[in-house]
Design a protein around this ligand. Structure first.
Ligand SMILES: C[S@@+](CC[C@H](N)C(=O)[O-])C[C@H]1O[C@@H](n2cnc3c(N)ncnc32)[C@H](O)[C@@H]1O
Length: 230
């Protein structure tokens, strides 16, 4: 299991009613949960039959297939809301994650904990959470194989104020796990510089979008300086 998955596993509760891994693919997390002796329900869903076949075969190989309930569905569409209290969605685009959450009415309830790891657009997922009545309770960053992965745990609740830069990196005062958040600041700064330079090349440096990036870049520079001082 790679460090990203290990960190996600660590963010999941050790004891609870049940966990669903949405977009499970090889079912590495459900298998690890069963092997570690997690006592709640373990569900694994995927939108495609192919990954689910792989997931079932892997669970059989590890002799935990009787512990995992497999569902072929889009997002949480076939997930029984009373079987679980924790929803893991990892390794998909931020837009797909927001789409899944958006259409699942029953998650808007303080029974549920969300553990999310978008591959792209983490800022869109944070924005969705903050503006849909969720509070991000924990942040984690893992730098691995040339990518910086962001993951966070959220539950229903009122959020603190988020500045524009906070949507990209999480609030700096968040409870954090994983690698040094400095790595994430440098990663996001690089990404923004590329976007800003693209707009400059297109002679759009005076556009609202370019000015928006400039402002966030200033804030990220400030955070990097503070991190260096700290
Ligand atoms: C890159 S894999 C991620 C596997 C694992 N969750 C991880 O983090 O390593 C993405 C998986 O999500 C599944 N998937 C994509 N969109 C989905 C959706 N709307 N609902 C359920 N599964 C989805 C894909 O079929 C694929 O197996």
């Amino acid at each position: 299991m790679n460090r990203r998955l290990e960190c996600l596993l660590h963010l999941l509760p050790k004891e609870s009613r049940g966990i669903i891994d949405v977009g499970t693919d090889h079912a590495q997390i459900p298998i690890a949960l069963a092997e570690e002796g997690y006592g709640g329900n373990i569900l694994a869903s995927d939108i495609a039959e192919g990954p689910l076949r792989t997931a079932r075969a892997a669970a059989c190989e590890h002799r935990v297939d009787d512990r995992i309930r497999f569902l072929c569905c889009d997002g949480l569409d076939l997930c029984p809301s009373d079987a679980i209290d924790t929803i893991l969605i990892a390794g998909m685009g931020g837009d797909t994650i927001c789409g899944i959450l958006d259409r699942t009415e029953w998650i808007f309830n303080d029974d549920y904990c969300l553990v999310l790891q978008p591959m792209t657009h983490a800022e869109v997922v944070r924005y969705w959470l903050v503006h849909n009545g969720f509070r991000i309770k924990k942040e984690a960053v893992i730098a691995e194989s040339g990518h910086v992965y962001q993951m966070f745990c959220a539950g229903l609740g009122k959020s603190e104020r988020y500045l524009d830069a906070d949507y990209l990196t999480g609030r700096m005062d968040s409870d954090r796990e994983g690698d040094d958040p400095h790595t994430l600041l440098l990663w996001e700064r690089e990404r923004l510089i590329k976007k800003r330079d693209g707009l400059r090349k297109a002679c759009l440096e005076q556009s609202g979008e370019a000015r928006f990036y400039e402002n966030i870049l200033l804030e990220l520079e400030e955070r990097l300086k503070n991190a260096d001082r700290g």
